[in-house]
Design a protein around this ligand. Sequence first.
Ligand code: NAD
Ligand code: WQD
Length: 346
Amino acid sequence: MILVTGGAGYIGSHAVYELLQAGHQVLVLDNLCNSSRQSLARIEQLVGRRVEFVRADVRNRAMLSSLFASFPVTAVLHFAGLKAVGESVAEPLRYYETNVSGSIALCQAMAEAGIFRLVFSSSATVYGEASQMPISEDCPTGQPTNPYGQSKLMIENVLRGLAASDPRWSIGLLRYFNPIGAHESGLIGEDPTGVPNNLVPYMLQVAVGRRAALNIYGDDYPTPDGTGVRDYIHVVDLARGHLKALERLEQQRGVAVWNLGTGRGYSVLEMVRTFEAVIGRPLPHVICPRRPGDIAQCWSDPGKAWRELDWRAERDLTAMLADAWRWQSRNPHGYAQPAKTLAATG
Ligand code: NAD
Ligand code: WQD
C-alpha cells in the first residue's frame, strides 16, 4: 500500500488516480487545508475503487505512527505542504513548520515503522536564478528568495542527511517545473482558493468570467518577446513520473534527484495565444510591471529522468491547456459545485 500525503490536492489527486489505475492500494492523508474531499470522491467514481482516506495533519507524529501500525504501507509519496510563495513571505513560520517539520515528523514515523522508500515533491525553485538553460540536476541549487523555496531546499538537505545516516533509505527528490492541466475526464483539476497566484489558473478564471483580465507581469525581460519563459508540464505526465520513481527506488538506495519537466520553455504571450486558440476567443490581458521575485526564464533538461526512469512528458502545450479548460469550464467554481458532467458519466 502507498501512502500519499496531500493526496486530495492538485498534483496528489492525479498521482492517486495513476496509482489506482496501476493496481496499487492507496491510503491518502490530508488535512484538507487547501483541498476538498470531493477530489477523492471523483477519483473513486472514475476508477470504480475505494480510496482509504484519513483527515489528519502530517505534523502529527503520533497519528502517523498509529497509521503505519494500522495499514501495510510500503512507500510514501509526500505532497503535503503549503505552496503559495507570497503567503510564505507573510507567514514564514507556518511554512517552515508545515513543510519542514511535517517532513521530519513523517520521516521519523516511517523509520520507526521500518518504511524507507520516499518520493518528495521538490521544485525547480531550488535552482534559484540559474545561470544556464536548460537546467540539469547537477546545476548548483541557488538561494530561493522566499520561505517557500527555502523550505524545499531545507527538506532536500534534511533528506540527504537522513539517507547518509542510514543506508536503508531510498529517497527520490522530484524537482517539478510548472505543473498545469488536468485529468482528461475534466473531473479532477486544480482548485485554488482566493485569487490564483499562478498563470494558468488565473487565465482559466478570466475565461470563465470570474476575473476581468489577465495581468502579464512584465514584457521587458531578456526573453524573445519580453515576457517570462517557463517549462509547463501536464499534471498527468508529472503524476506518472512519480510511479516511475517509486519503481526505480525499489532497486536503489540513497538519494536521487530527478527534474520533471518537458525541456521546452514557453513565454507568457505564447501561453495566452495558445489558450486563445483552445477557447476560440481572445483572452483579455494587460501588461503590468514585473512581479517581485520572478525570474526571466526557467526550463529543464529532463534527460536524467528519461535515462534512469524511462519517463518523459508526452502531452504538448495545446493538450495541457485544452485539458485545463475542460476541467475549468465544467467546474467553473472548482469542487464547490457538482461537475456538469457528473450525471452523464456517473
Ligand atoms: P495543493 O495545495 O493542491 O496540495 C497540497 C495538499 O497538502 C493539499 O491537499 C493540502 O490540504 C495538504 N496539506 C497541506 N498542509 C498539510 C498538513 N499539514 N497536513 C496534511 N495535509 C496538508 O498543492 P499541489 O500543487 O498539489 O502541490 C503538491 C506538492 O508539490 C507541494 O509539496 C508543493 O510544494 C509541490 N510543488 C508544487 C508545484 C506547483 O506549481 N503546483 C511546483 C513544485 C512543487
Ligand atoms: C509563470 C509566469 C509570471 C501569473 C511559481 C513558484 C514556483 C512553483 C510554481 C512550487 C511568470 C507570469 C503569472 C499572472 C503572469 N511552485 N504570470 N500573470 O512563478 O514560474 O512559479 O509556481 O514550487 O515555486 O514560484 O509560476 O505560474 O506564477 O508564473 O504574467 O497572473 O507567468 O510572471 O513569468 P512561477 P507562475
